[in-house]
Design a protein around this ligand. Structure first.
Ligand SMILES: [Ca+2]
Ligand SMILES: [Ca+2]
Ligand SMILES: [Ca+2]
Ligand SMILES: [Ca+2]
Length: 430
């Protein structure tokens, strides 16, 4: 490598590097639900999407809320250059309203970083939100994120500070971007130790929530359902992050070239456990409309074979049209969007908000939960393990990771995700 200047990665090189990266890093680098799921994105945390949520807003049912998280495993105490959105990335929420897996409406977030005082970083980031419809792009919000929750001297009255970060969107709706508690919960320490289950077949408590005390950065909108004009009341949602193709490093870093997609995410755990390690980086760089090339990994899931090998549970290993429906087309009479195969988080917005949500969503008889959209409290690890185990094919296994909910309760209104823990409190330290 020449001194001072390194030329890094076009999208093509990223794809070519996938197999090599996989061999070097191996499967042990994973966490969940899409935290550090693929070799390349694990080296780029500020562009690493962790989870996507989409649900009819419980306190404002004429609207839909879409929230995406990035930056896995933020330790709130990790100063002085705390976690921030990358000023060199585009963060996208994309909505398909007519079943072709192409975006009809995109909300695009772009951030700046300010220089902080003394020796400290400044985590309050100016940003814009652009709404893209077809070839028309319009800035619909400008504002500043709340700072990260550093502690009572730097960021007193944190909840009030964060509330000030909720902005109005031109044309209706709300927007938020900033640090939050990671609402994802799961016993990842056990799952990635070759799907270990601490107690029995799981789903009976006793798991350890790896994500407790850690934060993420959230970007999200709440918009009127009527304004989306969705065919059959159902939308397909995904999130993605783009970077410039060329990075030139030296005393200053310069980015140039076309925007290329470096991560995407819709349903939880897809790239994590459906797509084989050697193809994960390629999957992140492709569009949902190109999903058909991965179909065999949905019809013959690796996870079913692994849990059968480990636990002899009799999960169906082939012919999984049930998983294709759940993840790639939507389920007939629930959230079907047509025959086009694409990993989208599909939400039927005509289904009313339930007063009594079940953490197992559709498998628990609650059709407002995942895989019909995804709410913050949906226990997607238990749902996914039971679905892969063959629930919809009649093999009903009581699988789960023993963690049934988050360590922080969601808030009753937008952006719903709880305030992050403070760095000063350092809840993970002794
Ligand atoms: Ca990710
Ligand atoms: Ca479309
Ligand atoms: Ca949490
Ligand atoms: Ca669970």
């Amino acid at each position: 490598m020449r001194k001072g200047v390194t030329l890094v990665a076009t999208a093509g090189l990223l794809v070519a590097a996938a197999a090599v990266g996989a061999t070097i890093l191996g499967p042990g680098t994973g966490a969940a639900s899409s935290h550090r799921e693929a070799p390349l994105i694990a080296e780029d945390p500020s562009a690493d999407l962790t989870d996507l949520y989409a649900f009819r807003s419980p306190d404002n049912p004429g609207t839909v809320t879409i929230l995406a998280n990035v930056i896995p495993g933020e330790d709130p105490a990790a100063g002085p250059n705390w976690y921030t959105f990358s000023p060199n990335a585009r963060y996208n929420l994309k909505v398909d309203t007519n079943g072709d897996a192409l975006p009809d409406v995109t909300y695009r977030f772009q951030f700046k970083t300010k220089t902080g005082p003394f020796f400290l970083g400044d985590t309050a980031q100016p940003y814009t939100v652009t709404r893209v419809v077809g070839h028309k792009a319009k800035v619909v919000a400008r504002g500043t994120t709340p700072p990260n929750n550093i502690g009572p001297r730097s960021t007193p009255n944190y909840h009030a500070l964060a509330e000030k970060g909720i902005l109005s969107l031109a044309g209706g709706g709300k927007v938020f971007a900033g640090q939050r508690d990671d609402p994802f919960f799961g016993d990842v320490g056990a799952i990635f130790d070759l799907v270990a289950i601490r107690k029995g077949t799981g789903n009976m408590g006793g798991g350890k929530d790896f994500f407790a005390g850690y934060g993420v950065h959230t970007f999200g909108v709440q918009v009127p359902i009527a304004g989306l004009r969705a065919k059959n009341s159902t939308i397909g949602v995904w999130s993605s992050v783009d970077r410039r193709a060329i990075t030139r490093r030296g005393a200053a870093t310069r980015n140039s070239g076309a925007w290329v997609q470096v991560d995407r995410l819709a349903n939880p755990l897809v790239n994590e456990v459906v797509i084989p390690t050697g193809l994960k980086d390629q999957w992140n760089a492709l569009q949902p409309s190109q999903e058909a090339r991965f179909e065999k990994y949905y019809t013959s899931p690796i996870l079913a074979a692994v849990i059968n090998k480990l636990y002899k549970l009799g999960a169906p290993e082939t012919g999984r049209d049930d998983l294709v429906a759940v993840l790639l087309t939507g389920v007939p009479k629930l959230n079907y969007t047509g025959p086009k195969l694409a990993d989208l988080l599909r939400v039927n917005l005509s289904i009313p908000v339930t007063k009594d949500p079940n953490r197992l969503g559709v498998l628990g008889g609650d059709v407002q939960g995942w895989p019909n959209g995804r709410r913050l409290d949906d226990d997607v690890i238990d749902i996914a393990e039971q679905a892969v185990g063959g629930f919809l094919k009649g093999t009903k296994l009581p699988l789960g990771d023993g963690v049934n909910g988050d360590d922080r309760s969601p808030m009753p209104s937008f952006p719903y995700i709880a305030d992050p823990q403070s760095g000063f409190d350092n809840t993970k330290g002794k």
